[in-house]
Design a protein around this ligand. Structure first.
Ligand code: SF4
Ligand code: SF4
Ligand code: FES
Length: 298
């Protein structure tokens, strides 16, 4: 996640100037075709939608109702920007790219973790009330902005790739399928929607210490399947640490993380389940068991 910070706005928090909207144009309030009062004209390309937006800070808050104009082709982030421009200039929201690539604009829309910039208004009924709330699994900073530092702490706990000792730069060789397999995981934009939706931490703050979450278990899986990773030669067994230090056992493969991933990474099927299988193979491998027993005795 990039962390663009504007002076006076708080870390990565944008307050839109009243002179521009998402498309860089003046946010009109009287566009021809916009139908007031939440009674949309099905033939019009503009309408007034009803939003409920969570406002508050660490000390508490609640949902505030707004009526906002919507134009054809807009995404929810456009509406949040129009809200800032016309009705709530101090509404805090984090965003950077508006292209689904920086992972900053994560929030919950009607209770589902989503990117504000990649959620089209056209997926909702025009008469529907759209509720926007901050990510539930992380502490509130203000309004739609949460403190996601849990994720950075977990990232730091995963030991990096260990280069092979006997090969120099330029001498690495890998099968094409070994290159392609982790490529899927490298698409991650670190939006932390998967971390937010995972029930292991979503309702259980107490699990955060022991559980890295799907995004970082996926990173462990990626490194464990890397044919050139020399971690084991340094005494680091990634399969064992996945269980003992990153909380792989907490995951009961519900696939909720996969369901919300905006990059459509098959987190559960391609990373977590294979990692669980390899960890179980390691744990119950009789040769490994015997070796460990002999090592312990000596
Ligand atoms: S599959 Fe595992 S990591 Fe993903 S949401 Fe379910 S419990 Fe969490
Ligand atoms: S795995 Fe998907 S949902 Fe999780 S942080 Fe990466 S892009 Fe976001
Ligand atoms: S603003 Fe970058 S992902 Fe939404």
């Amino acid at each position: 996640m990039s962390a663009e910070t504007h002076a006076g706005e708080g870390a990565g928090t944008h307050i839109r100037p009243a002179a521009e909207d998402a498309a860089g144009t003046a946010p009109g309030t009287g566009t021809p075709g916009a139908v007031a009062g939440g009674a949309p004209d099905a033939t019009s390309t503009s309408y007034i939608a009803h939003f409920r937006v969570w406002r508050g800070d660490i000390d508490g808050g609640g949902l505030t109702d707004f009526e906002v104009e919507v134009h054809e082709g807009e995404v929810v982030l456009d509406i949040v920007h129009r809200l800032q421009a016309t009705q709530a200039p101090d509404l805090a929201v984090r965003w950077n790219c508006k292209a689904g690539k920086c992972g900053s604009c994560s929030a919950e829309i009607n209770g589902r973790p989503r990117l504000l910039c990649m959620t089209r208004m056209s997926v909702f009924e025009r008469t529907e009330t759209i509720t926007i709330t901050p990510l539930r699994a992380f502490p509130i900073v203000r309004d739609l902005v949460t403190n996601v530092s849990y994720n950075y702490a977990k990232a730091r706990e995963v030991p990096a790739f260990v280069p092979p000792q006997d090969l120099g730069p330029g001498e690495y060789r890998m099968q094409q399928e070994d290159v392609e397999r982790p490529q899927e995981f490298r698409k991650c934009i670190e939006c932390f929607l998967c971390q937010d939706t995972c029930h292991v931490v979503r309702d259980h703050e107490e699990n955060k210490q022991a559980f890295a979450g799907p995004r970082f278990l996926m990173r462990v899986a990626e490194l464990d399947m890397h044919p050139l990773d020399a971690a084991e030669e340094t005494g680091l067994d990634r399969k064992t640490t996945a269980q003992d230090e990153h909380g792989l056992g907490y995951c009961n493969i519900t696939k909720c993380c996969t369901d919300v991933c905006p990059e459509h990474i098959k987190i559960t099927d391609n990373a977590l389940i294979p990692l669980k299988e390899r960890a179980a193979d390691r744990k119950y491998d009789p040769i490994v068991w015997l070796g460990n027993k002999i090592r312990r005795r000596s």
